[in-house]
Design a protein around this ligand. Structure first.
Ligand code: PA5
Length: 359
């Protein structure tokens, strides 16, 4: 495909990225550092819960998906992400419902919160303000305020940090300060490698975007952690890159999707497959990836993207950062503004007219 923007040209870049998504994406380590400081001053009572129910949609759900993946080997209780108006039948007084809405106005989250409160769940709310803040005050529930003014998906560092601090302060998760500090330092060095000023031939994030441009990315996670990252890549390629994107994960895809790849009833060249990799993959997973690569590489292009760092959080966030940057570069290659999500705004407007009509 012919690129409509030269991603090595800061002028062309700036004229498309009018609201500064690239700057926001590059500031992920800064947001994490800010969240770490704010978390230190957070005051919450110790809680005893048997489950965590994270109520949130879109960018506000994503912080939960990544946190759940990050803490999977540490938490003694299940962490479920609830992305709908309804909540599960098991939710009750032993459930900690964490309602997360960056804007504070998402109707699914507010409705699910009301249901959780009626069922006697313990509640914590996280938002930059809005109706969720009002609900928390009215319920007498702890409210964690994150800085306002970002597109929700670009506030990931703030949301992740607020949630992690909430679980630490309530005694549900142990402290992670050392891991967060390592992650911030790693992301700062990756920012130098993948920065817009680094030319295409030396810049892995730009190269990835150019390989994806004109194709539908399909992102495979190789573990629970990278499956969550694959989902982040999907949502970022959707919203920043204005692209379709699909995800699957190992080992599950070897039980179904691989059959579709092994046959070519429709052209598979339209896809670009990204394998999210980690140096600690167990042997059976490596064998599965090698086998799958052999099947797919004859049909279309593939890339293997490796996590960096040593701690679980650093590995997770290094891949998140790569996907966030690649999706922003993709928008520029498509000649479009990475920030605008007009169709989501339009749909939210239609829904608010509907709910006003009912009042
Ligand atoms: O990226 C976005 O803007 C969306 O995915 C939002 O996060 C989603 O619509 C939910 O909004 P909020 O995060 O404000 O609750």
């Amino acid at each position: 495909m012919n690129a409509s923007c030269d991603i090595d040209s800061p002028e062309q870049f700036g004229s498309l990225d009018k609201e500064g998504m690239m700057e926001l994406v590059l500031n992920l380590p800064g947001q994490m550092a800010h969240a770490l400081e704010s978390g230190r001053t957070l005051n919450l009572p110790h809680l005893s819960a048997a489950q965590i129910l994270h109520l949130g949609m879109g960018g506000s759900a994503m912080a939960g998906h990544l946190l759940r993946a990050h803490l999977r080997d540490e938490l003694a209780i299940p962490y479920e992400i609830n992305q709908s108006y309804d909540i599960p039948a098991w939710a009750g007084s032993r459930t900690l419902a964490i309602a997360v809405s960056y804007s504070g106005e998402t109707e699914e989250t507010l409705t699910a919160l009301d249901k959780a409160a009626r069922k006697g769940c313990q509640v914590i709310c996280v938002a930059s303000g809005g109706s969720l803040r009002q609900r928390a005050l009215a319920m007498g529930a702890p409210f964690i305020e994150v800085p306002s003014g970002y597109p929700p998906r670009a506030a990931l560092g703030h949301l992740h940090g607020a949630l992690l601090a909430a679980l630490e302060k309530t005694g549900i998760a142990p402290p992670h300060d050392k891991e967060i500090t390592e992650t911030i330092a790693l992301l700062e060095s990756l920012r130098e490698e993948w920065h817009p000023r680094v030319p295409l031939e030396k810049n892995e994030a730009k190269r990835l975007a150019t390989r994806i441009a004109g194709k539908v990315p399909i992102v495979f996670g190789s573990s629970d952690a990278s499956a969550a990252v694959a989902y982040r890549w999907k949502t970022q390629f959707n919203e920043n890159g204005k692209s379709l994107c699909y995800t699957e994960r190992f080992p599950e895809l070897n039980h179904n999707e691989i059959v579709g790849w092994a046959h070519s009833f429709i052209p598979q060249k339209a896809f670009h497959v990204c394998f999210l990799r980690d140096s600690g993959e167990p042997e059976p997973i490596k064998t599965r990836i090698d086998f799958t690569e052999e099947i797919i590489s004859g049909k279309t292009t593939t890339d293997h993207l490796w996590s960096r760092g040593t701690s679980a959080l650093a590995k997770l966030m290094s891949l998140v950062f790569l996907g966030d940057l690649a999706s922003t570069y993709l928008a520029l290659l498509y000649g479009t503004n990475p920030t605008s999500i007009d169709v989501i705004t339009e749909m939210k407007k239609r829904l608010s007219t509907l709910s006003k009509g009912k009042k």
